[in-house]
Structures are given as structure tokens and as C-alpha cells.
Design a protein around this ligand. Structure first.
Ligand SMILES: C[S@@+](CC[C@H](N)C(=O)[O-])C[C@H]1O[C@@H](n2cnc3c(N)ncnc32)[C@H](O)[C@@H]1O
Length: 364
């Protein structure tokens, strides 16, 4: 049984089920938490789940029941409470187990996301190591992976010539969720993953090793904004370029949940657990996206495709920008997520006549 739905998504708050970034009022700012006292007597896992759910609710922690269940299940060696036998849930916890639960649940009271508290999370059929400040994969990114897989599988079924062995480059790999999922599902695929953050590069490497996928994934510490030349000198053209880049509009950064961002007492926004460079896409959310698309014609092989996760306002902006600024790249379509929002863009490399601009995707 996989862990699901505990989402720190910027677009889908599981707790209030609102859509769109949520305004964080001053009163909701993260409070410093004193550790609640351990119970005097012995308690069962089910009693602990109930007690901590109530405590999380009282302190305004999002997803109180799931938080409590996931932490306690984890300490009992399971992924979910539902996967534990009733007998196990109703027998008394040892003092040591109770202390552990109190420790982790108290950490959750400080609004640290559950994924960091238990140091792992599920993404599709993988369990990945998680640690701050590396971005926690969101459920909608599973849809991006599904989209890429469907396209790649369709090509295989249609009989792609042997010389075009599928290869993939991921820009901004974070914990490695996208690249490792693709490699796990497609045994013939080889990948390159890069990130501007050394923490992300280290975590992707660790996850690749744990999953036995390290032989098919090259991992580089590269900032696409600064080290484009290094990147182009390192890789050969790939059939697939994929990215879930930082795409939030800078002004929306202020309205994120406290798990993502918090407010200090003088109302200055502070990054809390996740690296803000994983989220903030600049004024129009397109800073890194434009750089990826500028490089795409040089990164992709003929008719290779780029798949991007974006803000719902982005697809028409991206189409227009690419048409006006990038030679050799065609905007194919925008796809919707399960909530019906346009969240994914597909672009394809087209052959352009060789001319003085050949070699650079960007028009003068
Ligand atoms: C939204 S996170 C996505 C992480 C991961 N792919 C996922 O979906 O869980 C964006 C990632 O892009 C990386 N990133 C941001 N700017 C970058 C840049 N200029 N060059 C390379 N990576 C960058 C961040 O460090 C972060 O890991």
C-alpha cells in the first residue's frame, strides 16, 4: 500500500481543498512549539493517532489525521495505518516507541512536512529518500511522468529505429523522482539529470543507488542559467527533455502554506524547509523555462520532445514566446491535470534550414 494524497501542492491544498495559492494570514504564522508531555500511562497506536490528530488540529497543522497516521505507521514499520493488522494497532506501544512518536509528531508541529519528518515518500511505484531543502515531489508531477511514459511507449510500439535509442535529460531533478520513475518503467532508457543544488544532486544519486538505477543515470551539478555551455558540451542530443522547473510567479511566493514558507515575527518572508530556488520562477514564473526552451533545439535530437510542468497561466504565454523567439521548436499542445487545469506543455524539435543562426535556438 502506497502513501498518497499528502500534498504540499501549491495548487491543491488537501486540508482546505481550496484551489489556487492560499493566502497565509499573520495569525497562521508558524508558532514555536513546546513539546507536549508524554502520556503518564501506556497507550496503543490507535490512541496515539487520535491524540496527535487532535493536537495537530488544535495547532492548525494541515492534514492532521493523515500526518498523525503516516508518522505512527512509519514508526511501526509500515507505510499506512490501513496496512497494519488490527491486533498491532490495539496493543500497547513500548516506552521507546511512544518517545519516538512524540519526537516526530512534535517536529511535525513545527510545520515540517511529513515527508521530511519520516525522511521518505512514495512517488508512483518508488519510495524515495527525502530531506530538506530538496523539493518534495508533488502528486501532479506523477501525471507529467505518465504523459512522458505514454508518449515513449507509443513510439516503442510504433517501432522506432534502433539508432534512436531513447535518452532523457531532466533539468532540475530534485530528489530524482521524475528521472528515476522513467528509468524504472523503461529498461531501455538512459538518462542525464542535473540540478543547481548540490543537495539535490546528492539526494538523486543516493536514490538512484538505492533503486539500483545508477548505471543508467548520469547526474550533474549544473545551473542551466549560468552553465549552459558546460551542459551542451557534456551531453549528446536526447530524445526527451523533461522538467518540473521552478515556475511560481514571485508574487505568489508570499501566499504559500507554512510548510513551504513561513512568516517571521516582523513579517519578512523566510524560506522554511524547501529551497526557494526550487519554487520561484521570477516575475512571470518563466525565468528558468525560457532558458530551457532556448537550449532545447540544441539539446534535443530531431523530432525530440520537451515536456514541462507549468503554472496554469503559462501555456499561452509559452506558445507565444516560443513562436516569437525560438527557431526549431514547435509548441505542440498543453495537457490538463486531473483537476482540469492546463499544467503540462509539450514542444517538439522541428528541422530548420541551416543558416547563420544554426546551432543556437534563440532568434536575434
Ligand atoms: C520544482 S523543483 C522539481 C524537483 C523534481 N524534479 C521534482 O519534480 O520533484 C525544481 C528543481 O529545479 C532546480 N533548479 C532551479 N533552478 C535551476 C537552474 N537554474 N538550473 C538547474 N536546476 C535548477 C531546483 O534546485 C529544484 O530541485
Amino acid at each position: 500500500m502506497w502513501r498518497r494524497s499528502l500534498s504540499t501542492s501549491y495548487y491543491r491544498c488537501f486540508g482546505c481543498r481550496s484551489s489556487g495559492p492560499k493566502v497565509l494570514w499573520k495569525s497562521q504564522a508558524v508558532r514555536t512549539c513546546s513539546a507536549p508531555a508524554l502520556p503518564a500511562g501506556r497507550i496503543t497506536p490507535l490512541q496515539a493517532v487520535k491524540l496527535w490528530k487532535r493536537r495537530f488540529e488544535e495547532r492548525g497543522v494541515t492534514e492532521p489525521e493523515q500526518s498523525s497516521q503516516y508518522i505512527i505507521a512509519h514508526l511501526l514499520g509500515a507505510k499506512t495505518i490501513e496496512s497494519l493488522e488490527q491486533e498491532r494497532l490495539t496493543e500497547f506501544l513500548s516506552r521507546e516507541q511512544t518517545e519516538q512518536i512524540w519526537k516526530l509528531c512534535t517536529t511535525r508541529l513545527s510545520r515540517m512536512p511529513v515527508q521530511y519528518v519520516i525522511e521518505e515518500w512514495d512517488f508512483r511505484d518508488l519510495t524515495l529518500k527525502m530531506r530538506p531543502p530538496v523539493f518534495i515531489p508533488r502528486p501532479e508531477t506523477e501525471e507529467l511522468v505518465e504523459l512522458v511514459l505514454n508518449d515513449l511507449q507509443m513510439k516503442t510500439e510504433m517501432g522506432v529505429p534502433a539508432e534512436t535509442e531513447p535518452t532523457c535529460l531532466e533539468v532540475g531533478c530534485g530528489s530524482g523522482a521524475i528521472s528515476l520513475s522513467l528509468l524504472k518503467s523503461l529498461p531501455q532508457l538512459k538518462g542525464v539529470a542535473l540540478d543547481q543544488s548540490q543537495d539535490a544532486v546528492d539526494l538523486t544519486r543516493e536514490n538512484a543507488l538505492r533503486l539500483g538505477l545508477e548505471d543508467r543515470l548520469e547526474i550533474h551539478h549544473i545551473d542551466v542559467m549560468k552553465d549552459a555551455e558546460t551542459l551542451l558540451s557534456l551531453i549528446r542530443p536526447v530524445t526527451t527533455l523533461v522538467s518540473n522547473p521552478p515556475y511560481l510567479f514571485s508574487e505568489d511566493m508570499a501566499s504559500l502554506e507554512p510548510e513551504i514558507l513561513s512568516v517571521c515575527f516582523c513579517c519578512v518572508l523566510l524560506p522554511r524547509f524547501e529551497d526557494p530556488a526550487a519554487l520561484d520562477g521570477g516575475e512571470d514564473g518563466l525565468k528558468v523555462i525560457k532558458q530551457i526552451l532556448t537550449l532545447a533545439p540544441q539539446i534535443l535530437s530531431s523530432y525530440g520532445r520537451a515536456y514541462l510542468e507549468v503554472d496554469p497561466r503559462h501555456p499561452p504565454l509559452i506558445r507565444q514566446w516560443v513562436e516569437g523567439n525560438v527557431d526549431g521548436l514547435q509548441f505542440k499542445e498543453a495537457r490538463h491535470d486531473i483537476t482540469g487545469r492546463p499544467r503540462f506543455c509539450i514542444l517538439q524539435k522541428e528541422e530548420v534550414k541551416q543558416g547563420p543562426q544554426a546551432g543556437s535556438g534563440l532568434r536575434n
